[in-house]
Design a protein around this ligand. Structure first.
Ligand code: IVH
Length: 695
């Protein structure tokens, strides 16, 4: 569609409505095409100036005739209002993860399994494994309607408005080469280019904010912004590599899928290859490994997928990953740098950890400037000292590690590292417990308090947004929080004058804290930071006992009836709750009016509502929508949003409206909130009975 055909000179007001509509349609198409040529093909045909002229013309037309604005208009990439939170949205199909390995033998075994299952010859589609944030994109009638983060694989966060700001993502599928399907759900990876990542981190540091640890976190962070305008400022890209679901098109091979994705205007990974055997895969692995520093984005291995889609069906999946694919990862990158100083840091449990402060070194696009040395014995074992040259590595999520000292012939070394005698945060005399050096001034040590606050507010605990490292440090430093309970007394006025805060952000934080007074028991338990109690044990304790007092009062033997809790753990847990200071601190927190909600069902993996569809409508008293949904899912059911004849239950709260009416009309079972909870309880008992009978 050439630009000359368009009359861009007549003012929009002087065009007739049909003329304006026509022109807007042509402009949308034209801009869409040039956007594709620029961002996906990297082969622009017009200058930026020409693009801008067309873009502004479309804006002017839409300004004059607002009804001409369509959701897929190039003018609509950015502009949605900031949200209060991101909605939870189920995926079209589960977003599984990949089985992964670094070992050649595992690759050989994988290949054997595949050949055994599907027979020779076998062909694999192989491509780089992108190290970004996984998302699902849904197109209906060719138009992008939804984007959802991977989340837990079953459901994620709705980030549609943010994904719309990614220039290489088509808002409407191209249909020049291949017509767009009626429905298409694809999976892809959102990436941040390394160059952009470095620039972003520099800016964050200048602004006094924490830099991101790696490009993956930076992309995930950008993707989950509440304000799409911020996402728009972060240069992201999206590469598509899989179809989760499609209506109206049949594929036989994965390579056809890749081709179709490309035809529809999506960007796909570079260097997709079809390979026949392990040798070819190893060659490919080596080639990509040695080229990876030339790429402007992070890859952490290659992905090997069976090309024949029917054969894939035959092999199936485990609960977590497909049997027909394997991620063959790279060895972590290693670099050499120098230890400038060995500092010590005090964690929330009082353990004092030596930390190597390094001459900043780039390890795979990420600047590393500190690495834990774990404890005194580790420092001795590795024999590292201030001034030494050391080899460091960083693997995926793994925190930077000091691997070994690199000897420097003839260079005099500094003195061996000595643990301090007193706590650097509170001056208390340190004690030695096995390999660990500990500050025993638990509640009186500001460093430990800071650590406890951070842990209490962390994502797996109370999940208090905005309560990070720096804020916790400020609260302790300013004496605003002397124990965890004080968090719940904070007022916006206490916070708004602290560095980095303003009235609105202070209010948000206070509101965030207050809103977490209603919290699941397992989160609260985990947040207490009981030694040995991670997320899994916290969940098990919560579902076994069902309420906090029962856990606090449980004898060691009773604790040991929980699967996975042995004598050592029971001693620590029992000891923790019976320590006077801890007991007082917990009482103080509970005294702030916390409501701990019991776990949904025995193991969280019940089958009581297996296959049942439940709709919630109207306001509920004791449950948030999300909690209600989780309860249903934990019992094996599905929470859906609209009522149809296949709905099993409608739970109607306050002011339920049209959905309730529809349920009555269709004769669907209608429950109150209390009845729903009763039902779950009842079903849960049945469930447990059933299990007993089998076991
Ligand atoms: S195929 C069933 N191909 O790696 C899985 N995944 O745990 C189908 N990833 O988060 C995925 N690059 O998002 C596939 N070229 C690629 C990929 C890729 C990155 C991600 C994926 C997932 C993780 C695997």
């Amino acid at each position: 569609m050439a630009q000359e055909e368009l009359d861009l000179d007549t003012p929009p007001q002087a065009l007739t409505r049909p003329e304006a509509e026509d022109q807007a349609r042509v402009l949308r198409r034209t801009l869409q095409r040039h956007n594709y040529l620029y961002y996906v093909e990297a082969q622009p045909e017009i200058s930026d100036g020409e693009y801008d002229t067309l873009f502004r013309r479309l804006q002017a037309l839409e300004g004059t005739y607002p009804e001409l604005v369509t959701p897929d208009s190039p003018t609509q990439r950015v502009g949605a209002e900031p949200r209060d939170d991101l909605p939870t949205i189920p995926h079209t199909a589960p977003m599984l993860s990949l089985d992964s390995t670094k070992e050649e033998e595992d690759l050989v075994r994988f290949d054997e399994r595949v050949r055994k299952a599907v027979g020779d010859p076998v062909r694999y589609l192989v491509e780089p494994k992108l190290d970004g944030a996984s998302v699902e994109l849904v197109y209906e009638e060719g138009v992008l309607v939804r984007a959802v983060t991977r989340g837990n694989g079953q459901e994620g966060e709705g980030v549609t408005e943010n994904v719309r700001t990614i220039s290489s993502v088509p808002l409407r599928l191209r249909d020049e080469v291949r017509s767009a399907p009626q429905f298409l759900a694809i999976r892809g990876e959102v990436l941040m280019y390394l160059s952009a990542f470095r620039a972003l981190n520099e800016r964050l540091v200048e602004e006094g904010s924490d830099p991101f640890a790696n490009p993956r976190n930076a992309s995930a962070g950008a993707l989950r912004q509440l304000d799409p305008r911020i996402t728009a400022q972060r240069p992201l890209d999206l590469l598509a590599f899989d179809i989760l679901s499609v209506v109206g098109v049949e594929f036989n091979e994965d390579r056809e899928v890749v081709e179709a994705l490309r035809d529809w205007g999506l960007k796909v990974p570079e260097r997709v290859a079809l390979l026949d055997d392990v040798d070819a895969i190893l060659d490919y692995h080596h080639a990509i490994f040695s080229d990876r520093d030339d790429l402007d984005y992070e890859i952490d291995g290659i992905v090997i997928k069976l090309n024949d889609l029917a054969a894939r069906e035959g092999m199936g999946t485990t609960s977590r990953h497909p049997r027909w694919a394997l991620a063959f990862k790279f060895e972590p990158r290693k670099e050499v740098t120098r230890i400038q100083r060995i500092a010590v840091s005090v964690g929330r449990t009082g353990v004092v950890t030596p930390v190597a402060l390094l001459l900043p070194a780039e390890v795979g696009g990420v600047t590393v400037s500190r690495a834990s040395l774990h404890n005194r014995q580790e420092v001795e074992r590795k024999d590292v000292r201030e001034g030494d040259l050391v080899r460091i590595q960083r693997a995926g999520d793994v925190i930077p590690q000091v691997l070994e000292r690199v000897a420097e012939e003839g260079k005099p070394r500094g003195p061996a590292f000595q643990m301090p005698v007193e706590c650097p945060a509170c001056g208390t005399c340190l004690v030695q417990r096995g390999p660990f050096t500990v500050c025993v001034n638990q509640l009186g040590c500001p460093a430990q308090l800071k650590g406890r606050i951070i842990h209490f507010g962390s994502r797996s605990a109370l999940d208090i947004e905005g309560l990070g490292e720096e804020t916790a440090a400020l609260f302790v430093q300013e004496g605003l929080v002397k124990e965890l309970a004080d968090l719940f007394d904070l007022q916006a006025a206490d916070i708004m004058d602290l560095p980095g805060f303003a009235e609105k952000s202070a209010q948000n934080l206070v509101q965030g804290i207050q809103s977490r007074k209603k919290v699941e028991l397992r989160r609260f338990l985990y947040g207490l930071g009981i030694p040995e109690v991670g997320e899994a044990v916290a969940r098990d304790l919560a579902s076994h006992f069902g309420d906090l007092e029962a856990i606090r009062n449980a004898e060691r033997g009773t604790l040991e009836t929980v699967a996975g809790i042995g004598p050592k753990m029971s001693e620590v847990i029992h000891g923790f709750f019976h320590e006077e200071q801890n007991a007082r601190a917990i009482d103080a927190v509970l005294g702030k009016g916390l409501e701990l909600s019991p776990p949904p069902s025995s193991g969280g993996d019940g089958t009581a509502l297996a296959g049942k569809k439940v709709v919630f409508t109207g306001g509920m008293e004791g449950l948030s929508r999300l909690e209600a949904k989780k309860l249903v899912e934990a019992a094996g059911g599905k929470a859906v949003s609209s009522v149809s004849s296949s709905t099993d239950f409608v739970v109607a709260g306050e002011d339920a409206g049209s959905k309730l009416a529809k349920a009555r009309e269709l004769g669907v079972n209608i429950l109150t909130e209390a009845e729903f909870l009763e039902l779950l309880k009842g079903l849960q008992q049945e469930d447990e009975g059933g299990e007993g009978a089998v076991g």
